[in-house]
Design a protein around this ligand. Sequence first.
Ligand code: KL2
Length: 667
Amino acid sequence: MIASCLCYLLLPVARLFRVLSDAFFACRKNALQAKSSSSQVEESFAMAPQVLDQEECEGLLQQWPEEGSSHVCSTLSQGPLVDKALAQSSLALLMDNPGEQDATSEDKWSSRQLSDLQAAENLEEPSPGVLGEEPLPEVEDPVWAAVPMQTGPQYTDCAVLPMGFLAAEQWEEDPAVVAWRIAPEPVPEAEAPTWSFDSLGQLQLPPVEIPYHEILWREWEDFSTQLDAQGLEAGDGPQFQFTLMSYNILAQDLMQQSSELYLHCHPDILNWNYRFANLIQEFQHWDPDILCLQEVQENHYWEQLEPSLRMMGFTCFYKRRTGCKTDGCAVCYKPTRFRLLCASPVEYFRPGLELLNRDNVGLVLLLQPLVPEGLGRVSVAPLCVANTHILYNPRRGDVKLAQMAILLAEVDKVARLSDGSHCPIILCGDLNSVPNSPLYNFIRDGELQYHGMPAWKVSGQEDFSHQLYQRKLQAPLWPSALGITDCCQYVTFCHPKRSKRRKYSRDFLLRFRFCSIACQRPAGLVFAEGVTDTKPEQPAGWAEPVLEEDPPEPEPAFPRAVGTVQHCLRLTSVYTHFLPQHGCPEVTTMPLGVGTTVDYIFFSAEPCENGHRTGRRLCRDGTLKLLGRLSLLSEQILWAANGLPNPFCSSDHLCLLASFGMEVTAP
Ligand code: KL2
């Protein structure tokens, strides 16, 4: 009886989900085909067919809650979902088994949970797909298989291969792959995922690591031979050189909580163990000296990432988000290149402050570069590395700004040298704000007039101008009790002497003139006629004790600017957010196929050669020199690879990688 009632209730909900997911698949497929045809590829970016799917996706997009399901604390076991049967059963439930799905699903998330749990119970049973006993129902024209595309002139640097091309023999013939395969293996053989299992000819990946960088080719841009303002090459003179990667690796829990964002992906490529192997491969391939990760799930960090990164020669620091969030930020560095001077985890959550009630975090390290012995007796300044993942919510720019202010205050403290200046700084991570947004410009220009600005404008992620109620930023943005000035400095670091001196006002101190202690003659007081020979006259009616009244509020320890925030770290971005050779924007992530930049590597730069900031833009000839960067990709290229994540890039973000040189000076 209860079961049949449940069936009646849940069946329509499940059907609705299926219709929506079908519509979404169709919309993805249409857009994919449109994007991959050569005629479309040749169109200008302004005509990019991202408009094609907009209407179709609108229905789905409208369903997004303000913060998605980020409040949900998943209790689902994160055990390894490596089993093929499991992946296939969830695929079958998701795509082609409406009957089974309808019987158990309340919504798309619970249907996935149930299928995962069911499959987990059946782990012992042989997988039908592998043994060929009962082939899975055929999926017509799978949307996750990248559509074969004609390689136009725009794509000469981009070897996008359709899935069907990924036959083992072809990989084995490729010398790049041979070289790749003899590289040290980070993942033990037993844990390596096997993905050449589909008897239906789909997802026939070879059982070897796939050199993703050969699939989605990313150019290394070398600036080391470019002349700077003084006419010197960036690589001139003795230098300490290092590389830094910033990468949002997509926490498995967050992915499952926002599963509607990943319907375009084959479930197997979303499997954590598959993704983990790919991510490790990426770290190994680019081999950075410093690795700044976001969305690092705590259990994955301790059980897999930290041990693997340690084996690769990294020392790692981790800061989990507050509250019930299971992910956080990690900063890893090579102890052969740097010595740790200090590590400072940063929590943005402040109890009792509505503005800072979110669970995002940052992590700031101060590293001493270790100069190679060949350079003789020379010294290099310490390097401050800050990594963060700022709040996603596109409406809450006020929160994002306050979080950034806390990080900047921490960086100011950690990077401050004894003379008040700062050592070289790298600030990177996922800022959930787009280029040239007020938050971005604040970091780059050092100043933002925020008073009266609608909160949604701060990050530039979405346009909410049509909405009736718009939260506006009011001055002061955060209360003085936070202990951070409008210059994004901790109060104690801002006016240490002044704040001590002005702890009590003159009026307050004057009230102690006639208290009994003040009227007692000190024992050793020198007698000076007319000066120390008289007793102070206590006014008539002066009541003692003087401290009956509440002492007045201490004066604000620091002045507050009106509606402006500033910072004095001179920062500029490694990336320019534009691909001149393609004539289109760079992309670091593409939720639902829409490419955007939200990840950054900012670094210390000096003002332009005329001594003051021209248009508040900075050039790159400071103590930290940008020597090169790994180019980002365009939305079009990523579309051709079925968006992100795809079989080769296992996160919904691209990694950012830059090479720097630091001046070396004689002691
Ligand atoms: O944009 V992100 O993805 O940097 O890749 O950071 C957040 C979002 C991450 C941590 O909160 O979870 C994702 N719609 C889409 N994505 C969301 C949503 C949402 N409503 N909420 C959180 N995230």
